[in-house]
Design a protein around this ligand. Structure first.
Ligand code: FAD
Length: 506
């Protein structure tokens, strides 16, 4: 190993796998730099991580290694516990300081950062952590948060410097590791180059009908930006993305609408992540403490399995779940629907479902994920509770049943009159359709209308018999958006004293 420099600044890459607009790298490059990524086997055994996320990571690390090599330094990739790996490097080199972005991760990464911090303090090595995205560490209330976000997005990007440093190091990139979840999947390509291509094609071609096409799973895969895994692993800088978007001229009103809509969503990205940053316990329990006793029974494993496997007997829900299993991605509306179905129609706790779903998302971003899960499960106390009728969604978003036929081939022989509720088809039509319900395709897990009514009653009773207002005010002050949002029109509401239709997500 060539040790050109013994004194180095160690840049620890985490969920920020790029060189562009990278404050820790830019600052550290005032001196010799050792760029490091640690593959942590224990992380990949967690109940919310999966092989598909790891595949995206591998692409992104290869791409980052090329970016760094072009700037004069190789990326070091080490496998092991982050504390041991960094400690080992601190002992082998004269590390001036460690530079990284702040990470808003899950409870495991939060605890790991504490261990790394303690180890570095014990060795008197400084650890400089910088803001990534628009998230503010140690934020009290949300006042001025939106203007801070705007200021950060408007600030100059960090320049990309040429790097000097110790040169060749370790590049351990295991193609495989023991994983907690391995459902095969066509994974979206990782790395900054692929992220830039996704942004380019959205801004120039794919995005024209964004606002109209984003709700149906038939059109959303192409019409949405598909930036989510790139923002989750930081292969794109959020600020660079916002800057690029805002400097692109809209050719007509349709493009202008698309660009405005994407801009708003890039703001939501941080708005939701801020919630987990400010209150990490929300990964495990309701953000509104008054809802901790809403569901005291553990999840029913059979129901959970039917839900995640797409075997509920509700064709559109099953098509969404099977499509997610195969592609690693789902549009916003369908994510909201499947979570609401777990929480209301199936009356299951959200925690286990949240982990199983996280594993299916290539773009798993804990801050967005847990905030959205709670919002769609009715445990924030400050949002309108939305119960999606799976049959209405099916008829609205897939009227001809094409999406269902694609992902639930058992029902390929059903026409659009019966495909949304095949169990209602007479026996001779079921025979003609080639799938008898209960034999070739499951009976519906519940009556969709009746189960929604029961859930609505349970929610109403719970809210009536619990004192929820003071905690709702606390949640609103700490996490509520200060932007006025229109009340959603089409979704049923559960009226609650604790609810303020202030938040968004649709
Ligand atoms: C239950 C549930 C769980 C979710 N879990 C995740 C997750 O783990 N990771 C994730 O990135 N997104 C998550 N989302 C938000 C949203 O569904 C995805 O960001 C979006 O579908 C990703 O596709 P896209 O990049 O093409 O999105 P676009 O619609 O093109 O949006 C562009 C970007 O804006 C941000 N964004 C869009 N919608 C939202 C939203 N409602 N809230 C916060 N940010 C948003 C994302 O960063 C997204 O990449 C979740 C939504 C729900 C309802």
């Amino acid at each position: 190993m060539e040790l050109g420099y013994r004194r180095v600044n160690l840049v620890w890459f985490k969920r920020d796998l790029r060189c562009v607009d990278h404050e820790p790298l830019a600052r550290a490059s005032a001196g010799p730099v050792l760029p490091l990524y640690v593959i942590e086997p224990e992380y990949w055994l967690l109940a919310d991580t999966s092989e598909r996320q790891y595949r995206f990571l591998l692409d992104s690390l290869r791409d980052l290694a090329e970016q760094l090599a072009r700037r004069g330094q190789p990326l070091w990739v080490c496998v092991g516990d982050a504390v041991s790996v960094i400690q080992d490097l601190v002992e082998r080199f004269d590390v001036d300081a460690v530079f990284s972005h702040e990470e808003t991760g899950n409870g495991w990464t939060f605890a790991r950062d504490r261990r790394v911090g303690a180890m570095l303090r014990g060795r008197a090595v400084a650890w400089h952590q910088y803001r990534q995205h628009g998230i503010v560490r140690g934020l009290g209330q949300r006042v001025n948060w939106a203007s801070q976000w705007e200021a950060l997005m408007a600030a100059a990007q960090w320049p990309v410097a040429d790097l000097r440093g110790p040169g060749a190091g370790l590049f351990q990139l295991p193609d495989d590791l023991p994983m907690s979840e391995r459902t095969p999947c066509r994974v979206q390509r990782g790395g900054s180059a692929a992220g830039t291509r996704a942004l380019d094609s959205f801004l120039a071609e794919r995005g024209r009908d964004y606002t109209r096409a984003m709700s149906s799973p038939l059109s959303a895969g192409r019409a949405c930006s598909r930036l989510s895994p790139h923002l989750a692993l930081g292969t794109l800088s959020l600020r660079a993305t916002v800057t690029r978007l805002r400097s692109t001229d809209a050719d007509d009103a349709s493009w202008a609408r698309s660009y405005r809509s994407l801009d708003k969503r890039l703001h939501w990205h941080c708005h939701f992540m801020q919630k987990l940053e400010s209150e990490p316990r929300m990964e495990f329990e309701p953000i509104h403490r008054g809802f901790i006793d809403l569901k005291t029974e553990p999840a029913d494993p059979v129901t959970l399995q039917r839900w995640i496997d797409g075997e509920t007997g509700w064709p559109f829900v099953d098509a969404c779940m099977r499509s997610l299993a195969a592609t690693g991605w789902m549009n916003f509306r369908m994510r909201a629907m499947i979570v609401a179905i777990n929480a209301y129609h199936l009356w299951q706790p959200w925690q286990g479902a949240a982990q199983r779903l996280a594993q299916r998302f290539v773009d798993y971003e804990p801050g967005i994920h847990y905030s959205q899960i709670q919002m769609q499960s009715g445990t924030t106390g400050i949002n309108v509770n939305r119960m999606y009728n799976p049959i209405k969604q099916s008829r609205d978003q897939d009227p001809d049943g094409d999406f269902i036929r694609r992902w639930v081939p058992e029902l390929a022989g059903y026409n659009s009159s019966w495909i949304h509720e095949p169990w209602k088809a007479p026996a001779n039509l079921q025979r003609a359709g080639g799938a008898r319900i209960g034999e070739h395709y499951p009976e519906p897990i519940a009556d969709p209308v009746q189960s929604a009514r029961v859930a609505r009653d349970k929610m109403r009773d719970y809210i009536r018999t619990h004192d929820l207002d003071a905690e709702a005010r606390r949640v609103l002050a700490a996490h509520g958006s200060r932007m006025k949002q229109p009340r959603p029109r089409s979704s049923p509401r559960t009226s609650t004293a604790a609810q303020n239709a202030l938040d968004f997500g649709d």
